[in-house]
Design a protein around this ligand. Structure first.
Ligand SMILES: CC(=O)N[C@H]1[C@@H](OP(=O)(O)OP(=O)(O)OC[C@H]2O[C@@H](n3ccc(=O)[nH]c3=O)[C@H](O)[C@@H]2O)O[C@H](CO)[C@@H](O)[C@@H]1O[C@H](C)C(=O)N[C@@H](C)C(=O)N[C@H](CCC(=O)O)C(=O)O
Length: 507
């Protein structure tokens, strides 16, 4: 892309004067990079001011690595062509799009936001759109994929330049639609700037990420940004909580209301869930529709309904939507069911907010056999959203035995984190055991569980790295599902009956 085209696009952000120094109009730039350690020769290096560091400090390193030009919002003493702008961050979206060849122009986009359920709903919508006959890319917490190709991503919603690069990769692989998980932090930091969604989906809301947002109203406002006219053409909103109803009222775009209430446009008329999956009866203006899915848990009922509504909003036929939902396999670490077959059932889930934990506990309770007890393996991540710990403890009271453990202390004192979880458990009826080593805690819970019991392991879901210091290089491999699988074999031996997945659906 030429330097003059970059300058023109930079000027489309109406926040003040843009000045260019050095470089011919025809200077060719290859890619937009925000990290000096990832510079590719000939790229435009954007100097981003962050919380931990300031990209302007790294401009020299970027130049030495081969960057051809700079984007800066304060003076940089370097003999490199430079575009000086009021805000670098505000231009990462528009310039990321330009330097990736505007891939979003070739895609119908779906954005998914919400405190819980983003990954599952994005995966379901991807499955529905594929079943409708359109090659569809998906990017979110579990990485990016299109067809059978996958790529790792460091964040749920990547920084804008990487996001546009991923969309380019999807278009080149044949995608004509893409589903993007939009975190509130990403919305707040402009990571999805330059994208417009055909449909934006809201899966629900509860207090989270206040370390970043400061107040719940700021958190809410960041999410609500996705539903403004410059971002989205239409919305699918789960209205089962008051925040969803508030969004449905305030969104300036046409809204499809999804949920159990009578005024829902896509209404949940009934559901049942068990170890074999979930069935939902939905009603919309075309009548009643029964959908089934291998996903386990009542929490997925509205995720399935939202995916249905999104498919309908994008013109996918009802039978294709139903086929897509039935064929979509559960994302890793989202109520992943292990064991059963004469041994206890183990459920591994990502729940890390009080409400998500309450839902995960309810799902696990449904999976207990007659007289079975529910064991919960619970921790909380260090240096993040400390205010949630007491609420997690309160939600944990609904278990029979709570195994308090470490979830990656990130330099905090693990015993102090456990102490804060314990406060929420005070006065509850659950027996509480403390086993700080997570691997040992999972083994102990699985060992203590009988064949009718369920062991629910929450907090990390798909994550495979556990960190107890502030240095990411100290992270160790620890995969909850892997540990639970080993524990089941060590403590209870191999399966003796048909696997849990072949059981009848429980009502
Ligand atoms: C709050 C937040 O989102 N921070 C992100 C942000 O950090 P920052 O702005 O403070 O950046 P910084 O580390 O100070 O560095 C400033 C600039 O200098 C650059 N740099 C830095 C060092 C160097 O040697 N060379 C260099 O060029 C950096 O690349 C960056 O451009 O920009 C960084 C570079 O892209 C991100 O890695 C970092 O994400 C951190 C790691 C993070 O943990 N983010 C989480 C909270 C997050 O975004 N989560 C959401 C929510 C998920 C959910 O809903 O569950 C997500 O979308 O993933």
């Amino acid at each position: 892309m030429t330097w003059s085209a970059v300058e023109r696009r930079a000027r489309t952000v109406p926040d003040g004067p843009v000045t260019r120094s050095g470089g011919d109009d025809g200077l060719l730039l290859r890619g937009l990079v925000t990290d000096s350690r990832r510079v590719v020769p000939g790229c435009l290096f954007a100097c981003v001011r962050g919380a931990a560091s300031d990209g302007h400090r790294w401009a020299g390193a970027a130049a030495r690595a081969g960057a051809a030009a700079l984007l800066a919002d304060r003076p940089v003493d370097l003999a490199l062509p430079t575009l000086s702008v009021p805000s670098v961050r505000a231009r990462l979206g528009p310039l990321g799009a330009l330097l990736a060849g505007d891939p979003a122009d070739a895609l119908d986009l779906v954005g998914v936001t919400g405190s819980n359920g983003k990954t599952t709903t994005s995966t379901l919508v991807g499955g529905v759109l594929e079943a409708g006959g359109t090659c569809t890319g998906v990017v979110g917490t579990l990485g990016a994929r299109v067809g059978i190709r996958t790529r790792r991503t460091p964040l749920t919603t990547p920084e804008a330049p990487e996001l546009h690069e991923l969309l380019r990769w999807m278009v080149d692989a044949g995608a004509r639609r893409a589903v993007v998980e939009a975190s509130s932090i990403a919305l707040d930091m402009g990571r999805i700037d330059g994208l417009r969604f055909g449909v934006a989906v809201f899966t629900g809301f509860e207090e989270d990420h206040l370390d970043h947002h400061g107040t719940i109203e700021h958190y809410w406002a960041s999410k609500a940004r996705l539903f403004e006219r410059d971002r989205s053409a239409a919305a699918v909103v789960v209205v089962d909580d008051p925040w969803g109803r508030r969004l449905a009222e305030q969104a300036p775009v046409p809204v499809t209301r999804v949920g159990t209430s009578e005024d829902a446009d896509v209404r949940v008329l009934g559901w049942r869930t068990g170890a074999a999956g979930t069935e939902v009866l939905l009603g919309d203006d075309t009548g009643g529709h029964r959908v089934s899915s291998p996903l386990v848990g009542r929490v997925h009922v509205t995720n399935l309904a939202a995916a249905w509504a999104t498919g309908r909003a994008l013109g996918v036929p009802a039978d294709a939507i139903a086929a897509g939902l039935a064929a979509t396999t559960p994302p890793r670490g989202r109520n992943t069911v292990l064991g059963g077959s004469g041994r206890p059932v183990v459920v591994v889930d990502y729940a890390h907010t009080p409400r998500a934990l309450a839902a995960a506990v309810a799902t696990a309770r449904d999976l207990c056999g007659p007289g079975g007890r529910l064991h919960l393996v619970l921790g909380a991540r260090g240096r993040r959203d400390r205010y949630k710990r007491q609420g997690l403890g309160e939600s944990a009271r609904a278990a029979d035995v709570v195994w308090l453990t470490n979830e990656g202390s990130h330099g905090e004192d693990p015993a102090a984190i456990i102490g804060e979880l314990r406060i929420g458990l005070l006065g509850g009826g659950a027996a509480v055991r403390t086993v700080p080593d997570r691997r040992a805690a999972i083994h102990a819970a699985v060992r203590a569980a009988g064949p009718a019991d369920v062991v629910l392991v929450v907090g990390r879901g798909h994550e495979t790295r556990l960190l107890d210091t502030t240095d990411p290089r100290d992270a160790v491999h620890l995969d909850d599902a892997e540990v639970a699988t080993t524990a089941l074999i060590v403590e209870h031996g191999p399966p003796t009956r048909a696997p849990a997945g072949e059981d009848e659906l429980a009502s």
